[in-house]
Design a protein around this ligand. Structure first.
Ligand code: HEC
Length: 202
């Protein structure tokens, strides 16, 4: 008798478990592709979701109430050393502006420079560099013509610094344009001026 009950129990447990399994799979399938504000059912969480701070969120843990931390004094994050002053500052060791582009000038760099120029500079400086872009037509102080002798005589390092730090009424583009792309734009400007920046000491 006991044997019978036992086998009956095991039997029904197996059926129940299988039903639960099929049910879960079925509903899991149903939830896919539908819009929901609840997190999806995640059968094997595998430490995928963990408590964390999102950028600029509040924190009750840190005394100033912010989850964002300053880097520890005297430390530098990997890849942020920026020891190459020519590349990052456009200046040589003595602090003089570079007369030529620190990157090798090739087709790829020029294509990239033209693309970035048309995105970031042309609204004011115009596609051809004459300074009569759309923004200027709306009343902005006219930027100088890139084909003028004044701009032709600027060094590559100076042009790089204008993009990085802005100049007088022109804003800085350091946050929008990566360092490498700023040099690509400088190369493009030189090409526009019919001036090659490939040769050193020009
Ligand atoms: C919002 C409009 C605007 C944008 C975008 C802009 N500029 Fe300018 N730029 C100006 C104005 C205005 C001046 C003139 C500044 C002055 O003399 O007050 C200027 C001046 C310059 C000069 C001459 C600097 C000097 O010392 O006379 C250079 C070179 C230059 N811009 C390069 C660039 C490059 C490269 C870009 C794209 C990364 C760019 N600009 C994007 C408005 C702009």
């Amino acid at each position: 008798m006991r044997k019978l009950v036992n086998s009956y129990l095991t039997h029904s447990t197996v059926i129940l478990l299988s039903a639960a399994f099929i049910f879960t799979i079925f509903f899991n399938g149903c939830f896919q592709g539908t819009v929901s504000d609840k997190p999806p059912i995640h059968l094997n969480p595998n430490m995928d979701s963990q408590k964390k701070y999102k950028p600029q969120s509040l924190s009750k843990f840190f005394i100033n109430g912010s989850s964002m931390r300053m880097p520890v004094a005297g430390t530098i994050a990997r890849g942020d050393l920026r020891s190459n002053s020519e590349f990052f500052l456009g200046k040589d060791a003595a602090g003089n502006e570079l007369t030529s582009n620190p990157l090798p000038i090739n087709e790829k760099l020029l294509v990239r420079g033209a693309e970035r120029y048309n995105i970031y500079c042309s609204p004011c400086h115009n596609n051809n560099g004459d300074g009569k872009g759309l923004v200027q037509q709306k009343g902005l102080l006219p930027p100088p013509d890139f084909l003028s002798d004044k701009v032709k005589n600027f060094t590559d390092g100076y042009l790089y610094n204008v993009i990085s730090n802005g100049v007088r009424t022109m804003p800085s583009y350091r946050h929008q344009i990566l360092v490498r792309d700023r040099w690509a734009i400088v190369a493009h400007l030189r090409k526009m001026q019919g001036k090659s920046s490939a040769s050193k000491g020009e």
